[in-house]
Write a protein that binds this ligand. Structure first.
Ligand code: HEM
Ligand code: MTE
Length: 479
């Protein structure tokens, strides 16, 4: 309101630390967000804007382009920026760091434009066993880096031989090409189901932040062994770090790590992939090289891979230490201690209904109803059964599982513990007579007999991760 005090830019710049207070400006308003810093879903990044304008940062992280973010900000308003200083800020227009991002398919449902985060409509997801790259969900934290394949170099550090570099050609010619079919799922897949229970922080993913592709490349194991990993390194090495070539305005690259045993195991199948579905990896998915860690959360599958480091410690990055962790439903932003939870690696068993869509109207004249979906579990655990209910979970029928496209032969059965790819499933059942509304439910069972929880509240968590309760859709039956 107009009664608030007016501040100059000089005054605002004095507040750029937790000790002096953290002030920011936005569209001419001045905000003291000191108390919000510890609760910020994007972590300490918020301090980068301390003492100045939010606009150039929010241009990079358009996740803030939402009403609820502005509502939070408005609670911290302490004044107005002087008209003179406001004009100066507007003159310093920001150039768009996303201008060289690739074209995307218009059918994708965009959760955030900049950085680009989008998923396909569910019914497209189960149209093919292998997800074409244009329909594969895209989860970027930053602009897509432009990488020249000829000058591309992958740094490998932390092994006895010292720092080494590999070119794309080296990766393709010095190591056997290995191909796996693996499903990748974002930890935030189905976050929207958690949002329905109680608001969480994060992109509002539906059920399609998951996809299944054929990945080809060099085995990480082969590369590490060739570069000197052996019994000596095995004594101290515990983790392998990956860093992307996508860097934020401080020069910090996207980065995470996985346990070394997954990386060097003969059965881990971790790839430094240069092909997706038989073609060069597309720009959105990590061109020219990405890590594929099958059975493990999407976040560890680092795209635009620039550096590998073998280490005794876990990655210290924001994404390893502060994000992508699970918490109790009773933990809120005031008391969350990220150090109290391990980083998510293998994912729990998951399934969802892709057709019919929630709210669809089924013709009473149809004798049967066909329900379709996907099912997958982390850690190489194979999905062994999917149960489907048409009456909200009172009675159940077993769906038919398939691991190939309709009419195509199934993929050969994977060795135990290496079931990296999803199963598509289908159930055709008589339409229950007289029902006016059906609540269709699905739940999967994996080879360790892990099952999905029946409801969301017991697994709700403030970030909306690991959302794998029974999936439910309601349809109406009409004349
Ligand atoms: C996410 C608020 C400043 C970086 C978020 C979210 C909120 C928020 C509410 C979660 C949004 C959602 O997913 O629905 C704020 C407020 C700020 C501020 C009130 C101002 C004082 C900043 C700045 C940066 C930043 C200056 C970067 C320099 C991020 C990032 C995320 C995020 C990277 C996404 C985290 C993720 O989902 O991976 N912020 N933010 N924020 N913020 Fe901020
Ligand atoms: N790698 C880099 N370099 N930068 C990123 O933003 N996002 C991660 C992971 N690897 C990310 C990354 C996350 S959170 C997920 S879920 C997957 O990539 C998404 O992969 P996709 O975009 O190919 O579907």
């Amino acid at each position: 309101s107009s009664r608030l005090p007016v501040f100059s830019n000089d005054e605002v710049t004095k507040h750029r630390s937790l000790e002096d207070g953290v002030w920011v400006t936005y569209k001419g308003g001045v905000y003291d967000v000191t108390e919000f810093v510890a609760m910020h879903p994007g972590g300490n990044k918020i301090l980068l804007a301390a003492g100045g304008a939010l606009e150039p940062f929010w241009a990079l992280y358009a996740v803030h382009d939402q009403e609820h973010v502005l509502e939070i900000l408005s609670q911290y308003k302490v004044g107005e920026l002087s008209v003179e200083d406001r004009k100066k800020q507007e003159d310093a227009k920001v150039s768009d760091p996303f201008s060289s991002d690739p074209e995307r398919h218009p059918v994708l449902r965009v959760n955030c434009k900049k950085p680009f985060n989008a998923e396909p409509p569910p019914e497209i997801l189960t149209e093919s066993y292998i997800t074409p790259h244009v329909f594969f969900f895209k989860r970027n934290h930053l602009p897509v880096p432009q990488v020249d394949p000829a000058s591309y170099r992958l740094k490998v550090e932390g092994l006895p031989g010292g720092a080494l570099t590999l070119s794309l050609e080296d990766l393709k010619t010095r190591f056997p090409k290995h191909t796996i079919t693996a499903t990748m799922q974002c930890a935030g897949n189905r976050r929207s189901d958690m949002n329905k229970v109680k608001q969480v922080k994060g992109l509002n993913w539906g059920i399609s932040a998951i996809g299944n592709a054929k990945w080809s490349g060099a085995r990480l194991r082969d590369v590490l062994l060739a570069l000197g990993y052996g019994p000596e390194a095995a004594q101290w090495a515990r983790h392998v770090h990956f860093e992307g070539l996508d860097k934020d305005e401080t020069g910090t690259a996207y980065g995470t790590s996985i346990p070394i045993n997954k990386a060097v195991s003969e059965e881990g199948d971790v790839l430094l992939a240069y092909e997706m579905n038989g073609e060069d990896i597309p720009p959105d998915h990590g061109f020219p090289v990405r890590v594929v860690v099958p059975g493990v959360v999407g976040a560890r599958n680092v795209k635009w891979l620039g550096r590998i480091l073998v280490s005794a410690e876990e990655s210290g990055s924001h994404w390893q230490q502060h994000d992508y962790k699970g918490f109790s439903p009773g933990t809120d932003w005031n008391k969350v201690d990220p150090r109290s939870a391990p980083a998510i690696q293998e994912l729990p068993v998951q399934s969802a209904i892709t057709a019919p869509a929630d709210g669809a109207v089924i013709d009473r004249g149809d004798d049967t109803l066909t329900v379709k979906g996907y099912a997958w579990s982390g850690g190489g655990r194979e999905v062994v059964r999917v149960d489907v209910s048409l009456d909200g979970g009172r009675t159940w029928q077993v769906a038919r599982l398939r691991s190939g496209d309709d009419g195509q032969p199934d993929e050969p059965s994977p060795p135990p513990g290496r079931a990296w790819a999803w199963k598509l499933w289908e159930l055709t059942a008589p339409l229950p007579p007289e029902a006016e509304e059906l609540e269709i439910v699905c739940k999967a069972v994996d080879s360790s007999y892990n099952v999905q929880p029946d409801t969301v509240p017991p697994i709700w968590n403030l970030r909306g991760l690991l959302s794998n309760a029974w999936h439910r859709v309601k349809v109406r039956v009409a004349e």
